[in-house]
Design a protein around this ligand. Sequence first.
Ligand code: ATP
Ligand code: MG
Length: 302
Amino acid sequence: METGILSIDSMFPIGRGQRELIIGDRQTGKTSIATDTILNQKGKGVICIYVAIGQKASSVAKIVNTLEKYDAMDYSIVLSSTASEPASLQYIAPYAGTALAEYFMHQGKDVLIVYDDLSKHAVAYRAISLLLERSPGREAYPGDVFYLHSRLLERGCQHLCGGSVTILPIVETRGGDITGYIPTNIISITDGQIVLSKKNFDKGQKPAIHYGLSVSRLGGAVQTADMKKLGAVVRRELLTYLETREVYEMANMDEMSKEMRARLMRGARIVEGLTQYKYQAISSENCIQKFKAIMEGDYEHS
Ligand code: ATP
Ligand code: MG
């Protein structure tokens, strides 16, 4: 499943039938990653379903607008239960979306489904449970809130008939804390997570991915051989660079060894090369070329 986003396709690849969580604070570009992925499926025979849970009707309208503008509505379905609708509807929306996805999967088609977002889904379920006088547990969620999400996310799969359901659930965090009750539950169910950080977003890094905390548990198994090799090298260089950057930022460049200086410059080049604004999908061939240029040092950011 190609997202068209350079950093995700190279370092945290998503396979068909996988569940990859997108997690981050509010306004960090979570929805943008999902919509970019939907736009990138054009002409690839993938049916996309976007489920909006507990959002403002205006945000949903904006997304539909974007999808229409880029001719993505031909292969997309938008299912919406806005914040003004009853909790029961918000609760049932992702299951309804998944039933649609399974219908297409049984016809041998590949389906991508986005739940935006599951934190609001958990809140709707909590409201219903409290009304039903179920005993509240941690953070007043009922005891079966883990079951609520696992029975939903375990429906993502590759079917024997050739179809698949890939799920991109979105979860909102507070203050960058991914160790909350609902986030940790969902992290443990999914096959990986893309963590978005507010700090990176404010610094202007787009997409604002936190490279240290993000993982894809399938890794290279879903990549082409070239991409796998390059992705591993880039990831290693990038992580070392990010770790040493803070220490060396204050140091005097002239006093540094030549080797060290070259390595720091290459790190900075990688970070710059991974910058990608929305609606600018990159194909995997271009991706490989770009990386080769970055690693060999003749890459210039335009
Ligand atoms: P919310 O918590 O409100 O749902 P969100 O995390 O889904 O927010 P988005 O709505 O996707 O975040 O993005 C927030 C803002 O950042 C938007 O105005 C969007 O245009 C901008 N943005 C996100 N990603 C990018 C990007 N790669 N390039 C340029 N702008 C971006
Ligand atoms: Mg959003």
